[in-house]
Write a new protein. Structure first.
Length: 198
């Protein structure tokens, strides 16, 4: 699994960037916000990444912050939200705006993103409100209402093993509850796999 890329920004497109890491160019899908924040072509760049594995492809998606990556994971866990729609939402709203919209049930704010109709916006708000607890405490809320650290990495590990996002999130949450906040990634993944198999 590739957690981040650090290298030189080789090129950008409307929905992607190419990061040169030691002579290898990684094509990374990205939101408009990330592309705007990454810096000029030819300069050093670092992106947090999520690897998307399907039957016929392996793709990387890049993010300017870990909070943006974590919201991408949450959004793609909602039925009907694929990577393109999640990136459209992250292009239209920053993580703290998404957190506020979810907490306040503001589906119109989510629907500002391209490709997100009222019904899908409603589903996103309803499903994520349960997962994030609907708690927003100021501008730092984006990092407080979503899994971070070992929990987020454990969810990503289960996704890469083929689990659906909702299953992975639920299994890791149950494992974190049993093991506590200081659990290692290895312990979390092992217990989450056992819980998911039940």
């Amino acid at each position: 699994m590739i957690a981040h890329l650090k290298g030189r920004l080789d090129a950008t497109g409307t929905d992607h960037a190419v990061i040169d890491v030691g002579g290898v160019g990684y094509l990374v899908g990205a939101s408009a916000r990330t592309l705007a924040a990454i810096g000029p072509v030819g300069e050093a760049a670092m992106l947090h990444t999520e690897m998307l594995v399907s039957e016929d492809s392996i793709r990387l998606v890049g993010f300017s912050s870990s909070a943006e990556r974590d919201w991408f994971r949450l959004l793609t866990g909602v039925q009907g939200v694929g990577s393109r729609v999640a990136l459209a939402i992250l292009s239209a709203l920053d993580p703290s705006e998404i957190a506020r919209a979810v907490a306040s049930g503001d589906k119109a704010m989510i629907a500002r993103a391209n490709g997100v109709g009222p019904k899908l916006a409603q589903r996103i708000v309803m499903e994520l409100k349960d997962k994030t607890g609907g708690i927003v405490l100021g501008p730092a809320a984006a990092s407080q209402v979503i899994p971070v650290g070992a929990g987020a990495d454990a969810v990503s590990a289960l996704l890469n093993l083929g689990f659906r996002p909702a299953e992975a999130s639920a299994a890791v949450a149950a494992a974190e509850e049993d093991l506590g906040e200081t659990a290692t990634l290895d312990a979390l993944v092992r217990l989450a796999l056992r819980k998911a198999a039940k």
